[in-house]
Design a protein around this ligand. Structure first.
Ligand code: HEC
Length: 133
């Protein structure tokens, strides 16, 4: 390989690395926005922990526990089967006692971000420190 060809190769490698780093940063940003939106809008019903009405679980988690009877986790943050298209349907239409949300409350971009967050949160090891459970 000539020096010149080598230079071109490393330039190409540098470009690839730069793009990959950019995509990673974008993804982290999306996941962080999704986490914030989830905590604000969804966690009051779908979070982990007891309800402030003295019930053992929050209403969304409780309903999903009854629905799936142990087949799936009652917590959305454990679920890897909720891509944005699925979330869209539930979030816009609502289901049972879950209200539908308007675009002024939860934007399409929020739903994308929440989907990215749930995808990431479902992959984390259960009970790992710093995972809020
Ligand atoms: C007022 C409480 C409440 C809020 C707020 C809420 N949910 Fe729900 N959610 C529920 C209940 C109750 C169910 C119904 C479970 C059932 O089918 O029995 C549900 C069901 C769902 C389901 C269906 C899951 C399945 O497998 O059937 C998805 C997805 C979902 N919620 C996503 C969200 C997202 C995303 C948000 C935030 C934008 C949100 N929810 C906010 C109460 C809530």
């Amino acid at each position: 390989m000539t020096v010149r060809a080598l230079g071109r190769t490393s330039l190409a490698a540098l470009i690839v690395v730069t793009f990959a780093a950019g995509a990673h940063a974008q993804n982290v940003d999306l996941v962080n926005r999704g986490r914030a939106a989830f905590q604000h809008t969804c966690a009051p019903c779908h979070g982990v922990g007891a309800g402030d009405d003295g019930r053992a679980m929050l209403p969304g988690s409780q309903s999903l526990k009854l629905k799936y009877k142990g087949e799936k986790s009652p917590f959305l943050e454990d679920r890897s089967d909720l891509p944005s298209a699925v979330l869209h349907t539930f979030v816009r239409r609502g289901t049972w006692s879950m209200p539908g949300f308007r675009k002024t409350e939860v934007t399409d971009a929020d739903i994308e971000a929440i989907a990215a967050y749930l995808d990431q949160s479902s992959k984390r090891p259960k009970g790992a420190p710093g995972t809020e459970r």
